[in-house]
Design a protein. Structure first.
Length: 187
């Protein structure tokens, strides 16, 4: 086997396993379980995972472009899985606009954001959605990708518009408000 050079800076770092978290590997599947849930990840070809007592090492078996790209990505996914089963990932959104509101029932979220009909989105298994004051939405769960995707799907329903700022935005998101036609004519 040829000596591998130019290893990924992120990929070559070991992932620490905190107490209370178990990491196992069966064939090409890595499973991480902890107090907040259980996650699994399928490994791509030419990526090898070595689980030691308190850390996980990710190595690549080839130097082709695709394997190099997967090296750091797989290590980051395993790190995110370990973090997620210990403390859940969260995204917070805010609904702004007159009459705009959100509610949850069973496994769906209902958004009333200025359309003729309410918009319903399915909440995936393992993801929790909490709504406060009908305008603050908190999405949380062990899987970082699913939490981010659901938060993105909620925001896509009604993106904040640039003139009044109405719509759904992340809590820490800043929307640059444009001046309207009336403001431009007075200048």
């Amino acid at each position: 086997m040829p000596k591998l050079t130019n290893m990924s800076k992120i990929g070559k770092q070991p992932v620490q396993i905190p107490s209370g978290i178990t990491v196992t590997q069966v064939d090409k599947q890595v499973k991480v379980s902890g107090p907040k849930g259980e996650l699994s990840l399928r490994l791509p070809d030419k990526i090898k995972v070595e689980i030691k007592s308190d850390q996980v090492l990710v190595t690549r078996l080839s130097s082709d472009k695709k394997t190099k790209a997967n090296h750091g990505t797989i290590r980051a996914h395993i790190n995110n899985m370990i973090t997620g089963v210990q403390t859940p990932w969260t995204k917070q959104l805010e609904v702004r606009g007159t009459g705009y509101k959100a509610s949850t029932a069973a496994d769906k979220i209902t958004l009333i954001v200025g359309f003729i009909h309410p918009v319903n989105l399915i909440i995936p298994a393992g993801i929790h959605v909490q709504i406060e004051e009908e305008t603050k939405i908190t999405v949380s769960g062990a899987d970082k990708t699913m939490v981010g995707q659901l938060a993105s799907n909620i925001r896509k329903v009604k993106k904040p518009e640039p003139y009044q700022g109405k719509g759904i935005r992340y809590i820490d998101e800043h929307i640059k408000i444009k001046p309207g036609k009336a403001a431009k004519t007075t200048v």
